[in-house]
Ligand binder design. Structure first.
Ligand code: GLP
Length: 242
């Protein structure tokens, strides 16, 4: 794991956008894994600016998102599909972009089909990740098996509480989600995990300073041969750079 520490969240987002843009421009990210949540917002804004300035194109890039809530449709503003449309896909042409279908009649079949779609695309060249406060990656919560693939998962209470702000007007945060598994994520040829803010400091410490354990899903990344972590000082406060 290669750790880079930045002075603040903006600097980390800029570095992440530059990293992703470079991998795309050099043909090393034809299949791009994307994340949702607050952390990627600044990164996607910067990538949109690069496209608008004619410095970058996603026209031959196929995107796969990590996860989606179960039981809400893509036109619900709280869905990850809506988030991605608003933050990226409405503004930037991709060759294709995929996200698990949260309204699938047979979610388990959807999960298997999604995993097969990733394989059919040749696998993920670069996977962008955030990290949950409890160390989750995608919606792989503590206890998730390191050999897990795309599947239906139960969301932990802490995750539902952390994500409640995305569900205004008293909307309930779904109990379940579809998520790429830890093995699905580890199959990516390169991983860029971005973490900012002191709320992620303990998750990063557990992920990269404790022995790998399902108690901290992100710790699986210790075994990845090309995992890069971009953290601001606040998120890295419990890590010392390698
Ligand atoms: C959600 C997403 C994760 C994301 C995490 C942290 O649960 N499923 O992919 O990394 O939240 O989000 P944030 O960046 O808002 O802290």
């Amino acid at each position: 794991m290669k750790l880079h520490i930045f002075k603040d969240a903006d600097a980390a987002a800029q570095a992440a956008a530059d990293f992703i843009a470079d991998r795309i421009s050099t043909g090393n990210a034809k299949v791009l894994g994307l994340a949702t949540g607050k952390t990627p917002i600044g990164i996607y804004d910067l990538l949109r600016q690069k496209v608008a300035a004619g410095q970058l194109s996603f026209s031959d890039v196929t995107a796969f998102n990590l996860d989606e809530y179960l039981g809400i449709s893509a036109d619900n503003p709280a869905s990850f599909a809506a988030f991605m449309q608003q933050r990226l896909f409405d503004h930037v042409p991709f060759l294709a972009h995929h996200i698990p279908d949260g309204t699938a009649a047979d979610p388990n079949a959807e999960a298997l089909a999604y995993e097969a779609r990733i394989k059919a695309a040749g696998g993920i060249d670069l996977q962008l990740l955030g990290i949950g406060r409890n160390g989750h990656i995608g919606f792989n919560e503590p206890g998730a098996a390191f050999d897990s693939v795309t599947r239906v998962v139960d969301l932990s209470e802490s995750t539902r509480i952390a994500n409640a702000s995305d569900f205004p007007d008293g909307q309930q945060v779904p109990q379940q989600a579809l998520t790429m598994g830890i093995a699905s994520i580890m199959n990516a040829r390169q991983i860029l995990l971005v973490a900012t803010g002191e709320a992620k400091a303990e998750a990063l410490r557990a992920a990269f300073r404790d022995s790998a354990s399902p108690d901290c899903p992100a710790s699986a990344l210790q075994a990845h041969e090309d995992a890069v972590v971009f953290a601001d000082k606040a998120a890295a406060e419990k890590l010392s750079s390698d």
